[in-house]
Write a protein that binds this ligand. Structure first.
Ligand SMILES: [Fe+2]
Ligand SMILES: [Fe+2]
Length: 283
């Protein structure tokens, strides 16, 4: 198994399904302040599966409100445009992430759970550290490992060399990717985000989530995703090799003025909604 060419990767990224049309419509509508609630909810409710998923998340303990939310109209009013937008994103990538990724030792469901957990942690971290766009942090957390979806086939073929490399040298999984494939999932993930026309800040946060100090566009967002990723690893979900040797980067903790207290509080709060993240979307 030799190194891949950039061309191979570009092709694989091209093969990845585009986001559904309805998702782009929602992204557009929610970023336009002139959009009305009925306009937004009309677009969502035309898609029954999407509607069911959004309502399910809106009613999860994490977003929990005192009473049940029965309609998208209500959800939009209670949660607001930007949260609805992030829930629609989550619903849209569920099928892409909820698979087995053998090349990463991830049984079916684990990448979804890890992504969702990272998203929820990122959102909470954003709120605790005064980052103005918590729902953007959620989406960045949700998509941070999307590159694994693309590289999985190659990693599966290289499974044994990856395994022995990681075991022999105890190097981080990502270095094994680079050594064996010539690319890592963060770089490839950034390409996916570009293909999906996501904003530059998201492209960067995905591309640099293992090296936040290289972020120049939005180091705060990248730092939030980095910490959220490492924190959700330490909760033991979706380790998939990435969990090895993965401490918080000091650059990221400095960027966010993170104290041990904040991290512990966030993790305790997330642990409470953990079961929820696991069951979210599962039938
Ligand atoms: Fe990663
Ligand atoms: Fe991750």
């Amino acid at each position: 198994m030799g190194e891949l060419s950039l061309n191979d990767i570009v092709h694989r990224v091209e093969e990845l399904p585009a986001l559904p049309n309805v998702t782009y419509k929602v992204l557009k509508l929610t970023s336009d302040p002139k959009t009305t609630i009925p306009e937004l909810s009309d677009v969502i409710t035309k898609d029954q599966v999407l509607t069911a998923k959004v309502l399910r998340m809106a009613n999860s303990a994490y977003y929990g409100y005192a009473r049940r939310i029965y309609s998208i109209d209500e959800a939009v009013v209670v949660l607001g445009f930007s949260t609805i937008r992030s829930l629609v994103m989550a619903a849209s990538v569920f099928n892409v992430l909820d698979k087995e990724f053998q090349g990463y030792f991830l049984p079916k469901g684990d990448l979804w759970k890890h992504s969702m957990l990272t998203a929820l942690t990122a959102r909470l971290l954003a709120k605790r550290t005064g980052y103005e766009l918590p729902d953007q942090a959620f989406v960045a957390g949700l998509l941070h490992d999307i590159g694994k979806v693309v590289l999985n086939t190659y990693m599966t073929k290289a499974f044994h060399s990856v395994l022995s490399k990681v075991n022999e040298t105890r190097i981080a999984f990502m270095e094994a990717e680079r050594d064996i494939l010539g690319f890592d999932h963060a770089v490839v993930g950034a390409r996916v985000a570009e293909k999906w026309n996501l904003p530059e800040a998201l492209v960067e946060a995905i591309g640099k989530h293992h090296c936040p100090r290289e972020a120049t566009n939005n180091p705060k967002l990248t730092s939030i995703v980095h910490i959220a990723d490492a924190a959700s690893m330490s909760m033991g979900i979706g380790l998939g090799g990435d969990g090895l040797l993965y401490p918080f980067d000091g650059f990221a903790t400095d960027q966010l003025n993170l104290t041990k207290n904040i991290i512990e509080e966030v993790m305790a709060e997330i642990a409470d909604s953990l079961i929820d993240a696991e069951t979210l979307m599962e039938d």
